[in-house]
Write a protein that binds this ligand. Structure first.
Ligand SMILES: [Zn+2]
Ligand SMILES: [Zn+2]
Length: 249
């Protein structure tokens, strides 16, 4: 090709992100799928079985109101906790990292390329892995409840940890709903009330430079953590010990 025929600008090859992957439901198979389904059903019962004796302890001592205070605190804690996990997998490691890469980094990174994929996951695929972890945690908390039957501090701690993990287990469901177009009225009402993550709120995370509003339970902690520059502070601290982000913003 002569110089005259050459295009004035060398056009880059098509960005691979122009071709978004087709939405697909990432369901586990075999024994993993069985565990996801079984634990999705069992975890709420395990939570009730754990909270019943400690709730009785508080009731007997006329301190049930203290247990009620744990609810919003646990909601805040689960928002901050899941936000930190989300930031971690959005920011560090790669899809090739052993164990973590395929199971955690890849779904988080894919979510930014094809955000609607999450809406195709069924309930066990959405919350199952969290419920499996919950089914490991609840027996430990139940044992704690039986070892300290009259302790108010233990009762409050057990309720707080249980509800924090309950919020964390539901986070992926709230996140899925924030991307869905056809939510039932009750979900839209919960989103509008701010009790769970709303689509407008979460859109801030999906807006360049994609480095804020990681919290996805209710989002209450997002403006607080953004104001505190919490995630940048964590990145600086990790940078001091030689751990650098693995993304381009
Ligand atoms: Zn993200
Ligand atoms: Zn999202």
């Amino acid at each position: 090709m002569s110089a005259a025929e050459k295009p004035a600008i060398d056009l880059p090859l098509a960005d691979p992100h122009d071709n978004l992957p087709q939405p697909h439901a990432q369901t586990a198979t075999g024994f993993h799928r069985f565990l996801e389904v079984a634990c999705t059903f069992l975890f709420p019962f395990a939570l009730l079985v754990t909270c019943w004796p400690v709730g009785t302890t508080l009731y007997n001592q006329e301190l049930l109101w203290l247990g009620a205070i744990m609810m919003p605190l646990a909601w805040l804690a689960s928002d901050a906790f899941t936000g930190t996990i989300h930031w971690m997998f959005d920011t560090y490691w790669s899809e090739d990292t052993p164990i973590l890469g395929k199971n955690f980094v890849q779904p988080f990174r894919e979510h930014h390329v094809a955000p609607k994929n999450i809406t195709l996951h069924d309930i066990p695929s959405t919350v199952g892995n969290s419920c499996i972890l919950g089914m490991m945690l609840q027996p430990v908390l139940l044992l704690w409840a039986f070892l300290a039957p009259d302790s108010v501090v233990s009762a409050l701690a057990i309720i707080f940890i249980s509800l924090t993990f309950f919020g964390a287990a539901l986070t992926n469901l709230f996140h899925k709903w924030s991307h869905a177009d056809d939510n039932p009225g009750i979900v839209r009402a919960l989103q509008a009330s701010g009790l769970i993550l709303g689509p407008k709120h979460h859109k801030i995370h999906h807006t360049p430079p994609f480095d804020t509003y990681y919290c996805i339970t209710c989002g209450w902690m997002n403006p607080v953590l953004a104001k505190l520059r919490y995630f940048r502070a964590l990145e600086r601290v990790l940078g001091w010990v030689g751990i650098q982000p693995n993304i381009e913003r």
